[in-house]
Design a protein around this ligand. Structure first.
Ligand code: PEP
Ligand code: MN
Length: 284
């Protein structure tokens, strides 16, 4: 076997990753939300404050963006990290952000509560080792064309360096289907639960590529046993500099949060309290 530390055989009980006041992998469903990229200070802070009210546990936003075209918006780099830090100060919510280059790991770790390794870097072994030497929890996205075993071996690279705090993230894989951006591999959830003790969350936004499909995929993921979700939300998706077409606006995201509660409870998970309040108070 190509992985040991990540294996369920090695450790029987579920790993729970604690981040600030929340945790991923326990009874609580963890919801991470925010724009694809940090684009602008005021926009991000506005989004962060509204997201806090919906009951999310963490904020997301990329400062270093892996764009397919070199001419597309590449992210605000350190300026973006500073905006994330301000949003964290204001809301008290931990932040998740991507690192793409070994030379930036120290910088990103100085601001991020959770370091994201994106799909395109899942087998960047040098980068995996570098975050493995640090002490920040790592959100490890599944590669675009990676098998579950290859993905777990990527996690093993991080763990072999001493960092056991890994959150796996299924975000859809490349198939022959073109209707969606990627095909969400729902079966990865029970498969990972069987093979590994690490928590697994789902990113329905990058799987679907279309905002209208995000809510049904999110609910399916929770029903199938995902430990959480990472969802792209933008105050004005039509004006987003990246991934606007798959981003929920604030109203649709709040609606989804309230719809997730009964699904989460049906599979024995605790859910955020704020979603209940939103419904009760008729805010959404
Ligand atoms: C992202 O989270 O914005 C991202 C680029 O994700 P992925 O690596 O899954 O494509
Ligand atoms: Mn994105």
């Amino acid at each position: 076997m190509g992985y040991k530390l990540a294996s369920r055989k090695e450790k029987k009980d579920d790993t729970v990753i604690t981040v600030g006041n929340s945790s991923v992998g326990g009874k609580q469903l963890a919801i991470i939300a925010g724009p694809c990229a940090v684009e602008d200070r005021d926009l991000f802070i506005e989004a962060a404050v509204k997201l806090k009210k919906t009951g999310v546990q963490m904020l997301r936003g990329g400062a270093f963006k892996p764009r397919t075209s070199p001419y597309a918006f590449q992210g605000l780099a350190e300026e973006g990290l500073k905006i994330l830090a301000e949003a964290k100060r204001i809301t008290g919510l931990p932040v998740v952000t991507e690192v793409m280059d070994t030379r930036d790991v120290e910088l990103v770790a100085g601001y991020a509560d959770v370091i994201q390794i994106g799909s395109r870097n899942m087998q960047n072994f040098v980068l995996l080792k570098e975050v493995g030497r640090g002490d920040r929890p790592v959100l490890l996205k599944r590669g675009l064309a990676a098998t579950i075993e290859e993905w777990l071996m990527a996690a093993e690279y991080i763990m072999a360096e001493g960092n056991n705090q890994i959150i796996l993230c299924e975000r859809g894989i490349r198939t022959f289907e073109t209707h969606t951006r990627n095909t969400l591999d729902i079966s990865a959830i029970p498969a990972v639960k069987h093979l590994s003790h690490l928590p697994i969350i789902v990113d329905p936004s990058h799987a679907a590529g279309k905002w209208g499909m995000v809510a049904p995929l999110a609910k399916a993921a929770v029903a199938a046993g995902a430990d959480g979700l990472i969802i792209e939300v933008h105050p004005c998706p039509g004006e987003a500099l990246s991934d606007g077409g798959q981003s929920l606006n604030m109203v649709n995201f709040s609606l989804l949060m309230s719809q997730l509660r009964p699904v989460a409870e049906a599979v024995g998970r605790n859910c955020f309290d704020e979603a209940k309040n939103l419904v009760r108070q008729n805010i959404i």
